[in-house]
Design a protein around this ligand. Sequence first.
Ligand SMILES: [Zn+2]
Length: 174
Amino acid sequence: MIIKASSITACKACRSTDLTWHTTNVNRSGIQEGRLRSGDVECLFFLGCELCSETLATVSADRVASLMNSQPVQPKADTDAVNPVAMEICVREGEFFPLNLSQQVWYGENPKVMQIARFAGQEMTAIADDSGAFKLDYMGHVVRGFSSIEEAKSAAPELARAVLERLRNLIQDV
Ligand SMILES: [Zn+2]
């Protein structure tokens, strides 16, 4: 019924397409105004023409509620729809594959100026910038303003996760 009502696109009286849903409370009990209790009043949804005020459809609130309850739950867009286990992902063998090298271990010849470590196999650099502060650079993403290289390094795991999450969200289904 509501599906039929929602398919109405034009006023049957004046052909206007300016139609709006409203609600109204009606007294169907026969009890006079002023003596009504809330249970004597029924809420109705109605589709009205804004131009000529014609009522084009009426749906009881109970009917709307039951239709809302019977709506199938829409599965949210699930980025895990493809089960990675089913894809049988495996890590390439060999010592030169980035994930087989040491992870989150900082190295570099001048520890007070520049350090490098791998996070999830990808290199991150902690380095002093021109202003005397330190910055992190990970897969083309830079965060500046650390007061020391140690402070930068302690923020590195969080940056790595944030960048990977950002990159993940850039990938669209085709
Ligand atoms: Zn009309």
